[in-house]
Design a protein around this ligand. Sequence first.
Ligand SMILES: [Zn+2]
Length: 108
Amino acid sequence: MKYIDPYGGILKAFRNRYGEKDVVIYFSDKIRRRWFRGCWGYCDFSQDIPQIVISAWLSTHHAVEILAHELAHLVLGKDNMNHSGEWRRVFEEIHKEVIRLQQEVDSE
Ligand SMILES: [Zn+2]
């Protein structure tokens, strides 16, 4: 049986491109609507170890996108929380690596 854990795939892709980072990732049922900072997730740098919080109300597909989105913020750090070209480049790098990993599994 071939199975790619969608969250594990994103995290593996992230590690392959950007190495191991200290981060706590969790899902919260408190993020129910877009009212929360206009987002379905966020990267919180106020703790010793950064935290990525993702709404628990999303589909897997959407939650994985939000995870990749917040991991790109993690790479760029708290002083660069916009969606600049640099952020987009990191986000796309994570996606490219996910696709490469999927192709690797598909060719097995
Ligand atoms: Zn963002």
